[in-house]
Design a protein around this ligand. Structure first.
Ligand code: HEC
Ligand code: HEC
Length: 286
Protein backbone atom coordinates (compact mmCIF):
# COMPACT_ATOMS: atom_id res chain seq x y z
CA UNK A 1 0.00 0.00 0.00
CA UNK A 2 3.05 2.33 0.08
CA UNK A 3 2.35 5.56 -1.78
CA UNK A 4 -1.21 4.60 -2.48
CA UNK A 5 -3.57 7.47 -2.63
CA UNK A 6 -6.36 7.88 -0.18
CA UNK A 7 -9.78 8.94 -1.16
CA UNK A 8 -9.96 11.00 -4.35
CA UNK A 9 -8.47 14.54 -4.07
CA UNK A 10 -6.43 13.65 -0.95
CA UNK A 11 -2.62 13.33 -0.92
CA UNK A 12 -1.06 9.88 -0.97
CA UNK A 13 -0.56 8.16 2.35
CA UNK A 14 2.64 6.66 3.71
CA UNK A 15 1.03 3.28 3.86
CA UNK A 16 1.21 3.16 7.64
CA UNK A 17 -2.05 2.21 9.17
CA UNK A 18 -3.20 1.96 12.75
CA UNK A 19 -6.63 0.58 13.37
CA UNK A 20 -7.90 2.12 10.15
CA UNK A 21 -6.09 5.47 10.63
CA UNK A 22 -3.65 6.26 7.80
CA UNK A 23 -0.87 8.87 7.55
CA UNK A 24 -0.72 11.45 4.69
CA UNK A 25 2.62 11.61 2.86
CA UNK A 26 2.85 15.43 2.57
CA UNK A 27 6.17 17.06 1.55
CA UNK A 28 7.93 18.93 4.38
CA UNK A 29 7.19 22.67 4.36
CA UNK A 30 9.73 24.65 2.38
CA UNK A 31 10.56 27.12 5.16
CA UNK A 32 11.21 24.24 7.51
CA UNK A 33 13.52 22.50 5.09
CA UNK A 34 15.57 25.65 4.45
CA UNK A 35 16.02 26.26 8.13
CA UNK A 36 17.02 22.64 8.56
CA UNK A 37 19.71 22.89 5.84
CA UNK A 38 20.91 26.18 7.22
CA UNK A 39 21.41 24.71 10.68
CA UNK A 40 23.27 21.74 9.20
CA UNK A 41 25.61 24.10 7.35
CA UNK A 42 25.99 26.27 10.44
CA UNK A 43 26.97 23.30 12.60
CA UNK A 44 29.58 22.14 10.08
CA UNK A 45 31.03 25.65 9.89
CA UNK A 46 30.99 25.83 13.69
CA UNK A 47 32.88 22.53 14.04
CA UNK A 48 35.55 23.85 11.76
CA UNK A 49 35.81 27.35 13.23
CA UNK A 50 35.36 26.74 16.94
CA UNK A 51 36.65 24.22 19.50
CA UNK A 52 34.26 21.30 19.09
CA UNK A 53 35.20 17.64 19.17
CA UNK A 54 36.80 15.91 22.12
CA UNK A 55 39.85 13.82 21.19
CA UNK A 56 41.64 11.20 23.25
CA UNK A 57 43.85 14.00 24.50
CA UNK A 58 42.52 17.53 24.24
CA UNK A 59 40.02 18.57 21.58
CA UNK A 60 39.81 20.06 18.07
CA UNK A 61 40.71 23.71 18.59
CA UNK A 62 38.98 25.26 15.60
CA UNK A 63 40.39 27.68 13.05
CA UNK A 64 39.54 30.77 15.12
CA UNK A 65 41.55 29.56 18.13
CA UNK A 66 38.84 30.73 20.55
CA UNK A 67 39.19 29.69 24.20
CA UNK A 68 36.98 30.77 27.12
CA UNK A 69 39.90 30.27 29.46
CA UNK A 70 41.93 32.80 27.48
CA UNK A 71 39.01 35.23 27.50
CA UNK A 72 38.69 35.03 31.30
CA UNK A 73 42.48 35.32 31.74
CA UNK A 74 42.36 38.43 29.55
CA UNK A 75 39.53 39.93 31.56
CA UNK A 76 41.38 39.27 34.81
CA UNK A 77 44.54 40.83 33.42
CA UNK A 78 42.54 43.89 32.31
CA UNK A 79 41.05 44.19 35.75
CA UNK A 80 44.44 43.94 37.45
CA UNK A 81 45.81 46.58 35.11
CA UNK A 82 42.85 48.80 35.90
CA UNK A 83 43.28 48.24 39.65
CA UNK A 84 47.06 48.62 39.55
CA UNK A 85 46.83 52.34 38.97
CA UNK A 86 44.53 52.73 41.99
CA UNK A 87 46.65 50.47 44.16
CA UNK A 88 49.70 52.54 43.26
CA UNK A 89 47.92 55.77 44.03
CA UNK A 90 46.71 54.37 47.35
CA UNK A 91 50.24 53.26 48.21
CA UNK A 92 51.51 56.78 47.56
CA UNK A 93 48.69 58.71 49.26
CA UNK A 94 48.12 59.43 52.94
CA UNK A 95 44.91 58.23 54.56
CA UNK A 96 43.51 61.76 54.47
CA UNK A 97 44.36 62.16 50.79
CA UNK A 98 42.57 58.91 49.97
CA UNK A 99 39.55 60.05 51.92
CA UNK A 100 39.47 63.39 50.11
CA UNK A 101 39.63 61.87 46.62
CA UNK A 102 36.21 60.45 45.69
CA UNK A 103 37.66 58.02 43.16
CA UNK A 104 40.29 56.61 45.51
CA UNK A 105 37.80 56.62 48.36
CA UNK A 106 35.30 54.42 46.57
CA UNK A 107 38.06 52.07 45.44
CA UNK A 108 39.39 51.88 49.01
CA UNK A 109 35.93 51.27 50.47
CA UNK A 110 35.25 48.42 48.07
CA UNK A 111 38.69 46.89 48.59
CA UNK A 112 38.44 47.36 52.35
CA UNK A 113 35.08 45.68 52.45
CA UNK A 114 36.27 42.58 50.65
CA UNK A 115 39.49 42.38 52.68
CA UNK A 116 37.35 42.71 55.81
CA UNK A 117 35.11 39.83 54.73
CA UNK A 118 38.15 37.60 54.24
CA UNK A 119 40.31 38.54 57.23
CA UNK A 120 38.22 40.16 59.92
CA UNK A 121 34.65 38.93 59.80
CA UNK A 122 35.35 35.68 61.66
CA UNK A 123 35.96 37.73 64.82
CA UNK A 124 34.14 41.02 64.21
CA UNK A 125 31.15 39.58 62.34
CA UNK A 126 30.34 39.91 58.65
CA UNK A 127 28.69 43.28 59.23
CA UNK A 128 31.44 44.33 61.70
CA UNK A 129 28.77 44.21 64.40
CA UNK A 130 31.09 42.39 66.82
CA UNK A 131 30.24 39.91 69.56
CA UNK A 132 31.03 39.48 73.24
CA UNK A 133 34.74 40.29 73.55
CA UNK A 134 34.98 41.44 69.91
CA UNK A 135 34.15 45.09 69.54
CA UNK A 136 31.42 46.36 67.28
CA UNK A 137 33.14 48.53 64.68
CA UNK A 138 29.97 50.23 63.44
CA UNK A 139 29.34 52.41 66.45
CA UNK A 140 31.48 55.42 67.20
CA UNK A 141 32.64 53.99 70.50
CA UNK A 142 36.34 53.14 70.27
CA UNK A 143 38.59 51.33 72.69
CA UNK A 144 41.81 52.45 71.04
CA UNK A 145 40.68 55.60 69.24
CA UNK A 146 38.52 56.15 66.17
CA UNK A 147 40.65 58.53 64.12
CA UNK A 148 41.94 57.23 60.78
CA UNK A 149 45.47 57.00 62.17
CA UNK A 150 44.39 55.24 65.36
CA UNK A 151 42.33 52.68 63.46
CA UNK A 152 45.13 52.06 60.96
CA UNK A 153 47.57 51.55 63.85
CA UNK A 154 45.28 49.08 65.60
CA UNK A 155 44.84 47.09 62.39
CA UNK A 156 48.53 47.15 61.53
CA UNK A 157 49.85 46.16 64.96
CA UNK A 158 46.90 44.49 66.70
CA UNK A 159 46.15 44.32 70.39
CA UNK A 160 48.01 42.44 73.16
CA UNK A 161 49.89 40.17 70.77
CA UNK A 162 53.59 39.33 70.82
CA UNK A 163 54.76 42.19 68.65
CA UNK A 164 56.58 45.09 70.35
CA UNK A 165 54.40 47.61 68.54
CA UNK A 166 51.17 45.92 69.52
CA UNK A 167 48.70 48.01 71.47
CA UNK A 168 48.98 46.89 75.04
CA UNK A 169 47.42 47.32 78.47
CA UNK A 170 46.26 44.97 81.14
CA UNK A 171 43.46 45.49 83.56
CA UNK A 172 44.43 44.09 86.98
CA UNK A 173 42.59 40.97 88.13
CA UNK A 174 41.03 42.40 91.29
CA UNK A 175 39.38 39.12 92.28
CA UNK A 176 41.86 36.50 91.14
CA UNK A 177 44.83 38.39 92.58
CA UNK A 178 42.86 39.44 95.66
CA UNK A 179 43.51 43.12 95.12
CA UNK A 180 40.04 43.94 96.46
CA UNK A 181 37.75 42.23 98.97
CA UNK A 182 34.62 40.61 97.54
CA UNK A 183 32.51 43.31 99.21
CA UNK A 184 34.62 46.04 97.62
CA UNK A 185 34.23 44.35 94.25
CA UNK A 186 30.48 44.27 94.72
CA UNK A 187 30.49 47.97 95.60
CA UNK A 188 32.59 49.05 92.66
CA UNK A 189 30.65 46.87 90.20
CA UNK A 190 27.40 48.49 91.33
CA UNK A 191 29.02 51.87 91.03
CA UNK A 192 30.22 51.10 87.49
CA UNK A 193 26.75 49.92 86.52
CA UNK A 194 25.27 53.11 87.92
CA UNK A 195 27.48 55.13 85.56
CA UNK A 196 25.63 53.99 82.47
CA UNK A 197 22.15 53.37 83.81
CA UNK A 198 22.13 56.09 86.42
CA UNK A 199 19.76 53.92 88.43
CA UNK A 200 21.76 51.29 90.33
CA UNK A 201 21.64 51.71 94.07
CA UNK A 202 25.00 52.85 95.35
CA UNK A 203 23.83 54.45 98.57
CA UNK A 204 26.11 53.67 101.48
CA UNK A 205 28.64 51.91 99.30
CA UNK A 206 32.31 52.69 98.86
CA UNK A 207 32.03 52.16 95.11
CA UNK A 208 32.83 55.72 94.06
CA UNK A 209 35.86 55.92 96.34
CA UNK A 210 37.19 52.55 95.22
CA UNK A 211 36.69 53.54 91.61
CA UNK A 212 38.57 56.81 92.07
CA UNK A 213 41.41 55.00 93.77
CA UNK A 214 41.71 51.87 91.62
CA UNK A 215 40.05 52.39 88.29
CA UNK A 216 40.13 56.05 87.36
CA UNK A 217 43.76 55.84 86.30
CA UNK A 218 42.73 53.80 83.25
CA UNK A 219 39.01 54.42 82.83
CA UNK A 220 39.25 58.14 83.63
CA UNK A 221 38.08 59.82 86.82
CA UNK A 222 34.66 60.25 85.19
CA UNK A 223 34.68 56.68 83.82
CA UNK A 224 34.71 57.85 80.22
CA UNK A 225 37.62 55.64 79.27
CA UNK A 226 41.09 56.30 77.93
CA UNK A 227 41.96 55.38 74.37
CA UNK A 228 45.71 55.33 75.06
CA UNK A 229 45.15 52.32 77.32
CA UNK A 230 42.27 50.75 75.43
CA UNK A 231 40.17 51.23 78.55
CA UNK A 232 36.48 51.31 77.63
CA UNK A 233 34.12 54.14 78.38
CA UNK A 234 32.04 52.77 81.25
CA UNK A 235 29.42 55.52 81.11
CA UNK A 236 27.92 54.62 77.75
CA UNK A 237 25.56 51.69 77.34
CA UNK A 238 28.01 49.88 75.04
CA UNK A 239 29.63 46.83 76.60
CA UNK A 240 32.38 44.64 75.32
CA UNK A 241 31.73 41.86 77.81
CA UNK A 242 28.08 42.29 78.75
CA UNK A 243 26.01 44.71 80.81
CA UNK A 244 24.58 42.46 83.51
CA UNK A 245 25.94 42.26 87.03
CA UNK A 246 27.52 38.84 86.47
CA UNK A 247 29.42 39.92 83.35
CA UNK A 248 30.69 43.16 84.84
CA UNK A 249 31.72 41.40 88.03
CA UNK A 250 33.49 38.66 86.08
CA UNK A 251 35.49 41.30 84.22
CA UNK A 252 36.55 43.02 87.45
CA UNK A 253 37.48 39.74 89.13
CA UNK A 254 39.27 38.21 86.21
CA UNK A 255 39.62 40.43 83.11
CA UNK A 256 39.76 38.73 79.76
CA UNK A 257 42.11 41.11 78.00
CA UNK A 258 41.14 40.58 74.38
CA UNK A 259 43.81 39.78 71.82
CA UNK A 260 43.84 40.78 68.18
CA UNK A 261 46.57 39.74 65.76
CA UNK A 262 48.48 42.46 63.91
CA UNK A 263 48.00 42.56 60.13
CA UNK A 264 51.01 44.64 59.11
CA UNK A 265 53.11 41.62 58.20
CA UNK A 266 50.25 39.60 56.71
CA UNK A 267 48.62 42.14 54.41
CA UNK A 268 50.15 44.66 52.01
CA UNK A 269 50.28 48.22 53.27
CA UNK A 270 47.71 49.34 50.64
CA UNK A 271 45.26 46.77 51.97
CA UNK A 272 45.74 48.01 55.56
CA UNK A 273 45.00 51.53 54.33
CA UNK A 274 41.86 50.36 52.56
CA UNK A 275 40.75 48.51 55.69
CA UNK A 276 41.34 51.59 57.84
CA UNK A 277 39.30 53.74 55.45
CA UNK A 278 36.53 51.14 55.38
CA UNK A 279 36.39 50.64 59.16
CA UNK A 280 36.54 54.40 59.74
CA UNK A 281 33.63 54.87 57.35
CA UNK A 282 31.59 52.33 59.34
CA UNK A 283 31.68 54.52 62.42
CA UNK A 284 34.88 56.45 62.84
CA UNK A 285 35.38 59.52 64.92
CA UNK A 286 37.91 60.68 67.39
C1 HEC B 1 41.17 36.67 66.11
C2 HEC B 1 40.11 37.63 66.22
C3 HEC B 1 40.25 38.93 65.48
C4 HEC B 1 40.48 39.13 64.15
C5 HEC B 1 40.69 38.09 63.07
C6 HEC B 1 40.44 40.55 63.95
N1 HEC B 1 40.22 41.20 65.12
FE1 HEC B 1 40.05 43.19 65.37
N2 HEC B 1 39.88 42.92 67.37
C7 HEC B 1 39.81 41.70 68.02
C8 HEC B 1 39.68 41.92 69.44
C9 HEC B 1 39.54 40.84 70.50
C10 HEC B 1 39.68 43.31 69.63
C11 HEC B 1 39.53 44.04 70.95
C12 HEC B 1 40.82 44.02 71.66
C13 HEC B 1 40.64 44.73 73.00
O1 HEC B 1 39.98 44.14 73.86
O2 HEC B 1 41.13 45.84 73.13
C14 HEC B 1 39.80 43.91 68.31
C15 HEC B 1 39.84 45.27 68.07
C16 HEC B 1 39.85 45.86 66.83
C17 HEC B 1 39.82 47.28 66.58
C18 HEC B 1 39.81 48.36 67.63
C19 HEC B 1 38.39 48.67 68.01
C20 HEC B 1 38.30 49.80 68.99
O3 HEC B 1 37.20 49.95 69.55
O4 HEC B 1 39.29 50.53 69.18
C21 HEC B 1 39.82 47.46 65.22
C22 HEC B 1 39.77 48.77 64.48
C23 HEC B 1 39.86 46.15 64.62
N3 HEC B 1 39.86 45.19 65.62
C24 HEC B 1 39.87 45.91 63.27
C25 HEC B 1 40.10 44.66 62.72
C26 HEC B 1 40.33 44.44 61.32
C27 HEC B 1 40.27 45.51 60.25
C28 HEC B 1 40.57 43.11 61.17
C29 HEC B 1 40.91 42.35 59.89
C30 HEC B 1 42.09 42.78 59.19
C31 HEC B 1 40.47 42.50 62.49
N4 HEC B 1 40.19 43.47 63.39
C32 HEC B 1 40.63 41.15 62.72
C33 HEC B 1 39.86 40.47 67.43
C34 HEC B 1 40.10 40.24 66.09
C1 HEC C 1 45.49 49.22 83.88
C2 HEC C 1 44.30 49.80 83.37
C3 HEC C 1 42.96 49.42 83.99
C4 HEC C 1 42.57 49.50 85.30
C5 HEC C 1 43.38 49.98 86.49
C6 HEC C 1 41.18 49.08 85.32
N1 HEC C 1 40.76 48.72 84.08
FE1 HEC C 1 38.91 48.07 83.59
N2 HEC C 1 39.53 47.75 81.70
C7 HEC C 1 40.79 48.05 81.22
C8 HEC C 1 40.90 47.57 79.88
C9 HEC C 1 42.13 47.69 78.99
C10 HEC C 1 39.67 46.98 79.56
C11 HEC C 1 39.27 46.29 78.27
C12 HEC C 1 39.69 44.88 78.45
C13 HEC C 1 39.70 44.06 77.19
O1 HEC C 1 39.68 44.62 76.10
O2 HEC C 1 39.71 42.86 77.32
C14 HEC C 1 38.83 47.12 80.73
C15 HEC C 1 37.51 46.70 80.80
C16 HEC C 1 36.69 46.90 81.89
C17 HEC C 1 35.31 46.54 81.92
C18 HEC C 1 34.51 45.92 80.80
C19 HEC C 1 33.85 47.00 80.00
C20 HEC C 1 32.99 46.48 78.89
O3 HEC C 1 32.72 47.28 77.99
O4 HEC C 1 32.59 45.31 78.91
C21 HEC C 1 34.85 46.89 83.15
C22 HEC C 1 33.45 46.72 83.68
C23 HEC C 1 35.96 47.43 83.89
N3 HEC C 1 37.06 47.43 83.06
C24 HEC C 1 35.90 47.89 85.16
C25 HEC C 1 37.00 48.25 85.90
C26 HEC C 1 36.96 48.53 87.30
C27 HEC C 1 35.73 48.51 88.14
C28 HEC C 1 38.22 48.85 87.68
C29 HEC C 1 38.72 49.18 89.04
C30 HEC C 1 38.37 48.28 90.09
C31 HEC C 1 39.05 48.76 86.49
N4 HEC C 1 38.28 48.40 85.45
C32 HEC C 1 40.40 49.04 86.49
C33 HEC C 1 41.81 48.67 81.88
C34 HEC C 1 41.81 48.91 83.23
Amino acid sequence: MVGSSGRSGEPPTTGHEWDGLTEFDNPLPRWWLWIFYATVLWSVAYWVAMPAWPLVEGYTRGLLGYSQRAVVAGQIADRHAMQAQYVERIAAASLEEIQADPELLSFALAGGQSAFAVNCSQCHGSGAQGAVGYPNLNDDDWLWGGSLEAIAYTIRHGVRNDSDESRYSEMPAYGRDELLEPQQIDDVVRYVMSLSTGTADTAGSDGAAIFAEQCGFCHGADGRGLADLGAPDLTDAIWLYGDDYGSVRAQVENPRSGVMPGWGDRLPSETIKQLAIYVHALGGGT
